[in-house]
Write a protein that binds this ligand. Sequence first.
Ligand SMILES: *[C@@H]1O[C@H](CO)[C@@H](O)[C@H](O)[C@H]1NC(C)=O
Length: 240
Amino acid sequence: MFPLLLLLLATAHGLEELSYKPTLAGPELGGLTTNSTFVLEQPRCVFTKAQGDAVIWLVVAISKAVPNFNNSMGLGTFQGFPTTAPAYMTLNTTLLNYPCPKSPGEITVLRVGSETSCVRDETRPTCNGPLPGPGPYQVKFLAFKDSKPVAETGWSDPITLKTAQPLGSTPAMGSRHSAGMIALTSILSILFAILLAGLMAMLVFHSDAYGGSSIFSKPEAVTVQRYNTHHVYDQPAARL
Ligand SMILES: *[C@@H]1O[C@H](CO)[C@@H](O)[C@H](O)[C@H]1NC(C)=O
């Protein structure tokens, strides 16, 4: 009953629900997901019924905000995303930029998160800035005409980004490291302890053998005989 009511409301407001779901571009199109960006297929031949001068926006939302998402109240600024805003709109372009059909060989992708200059610029709330974490995110395209939403696609599947290299690989490597390090340190400490024990035993033995006198208490053993080296300097002169 409730979804039906929503659908009726949406129709009443003239918002056309399209069955298309935004999809990640394939790897052959450089559809590499990084730790702050992902690449989408452009919505080609999707908004055929929306009028030619519609402006198409991309809505980026955190996945957990999607079930209760409301186009009118859910949209915030990129700068507030995702702490104060569960979603923001970006990559606005006129439908003319998504011509249908696309020419063969044409690269028709959108990189979400590629703009770094406006990350903290509050005057650019629609900044296509780097995504603030691994997500998951969901996106949909929304068509506006005369500042009113007229059509929208479905939500994409959840998109999870790569965890940042320094954050993702270091703890794993760090724990492996520390395990190895602990083993190595233990072995080294044991070896060192054995060595130290041996040395102590040798010292004790040594001092016992010499009737209790330590080898270090023999000053004459380390006394260096002084020589008068004066004649050494005279030698070459004498030979000439
Ligand atoms: C996209 O949105 C910005 C900010 O609202 C606006 O200045 C710009 O003209 C828009 N571009 C298009 C193609 O609609």
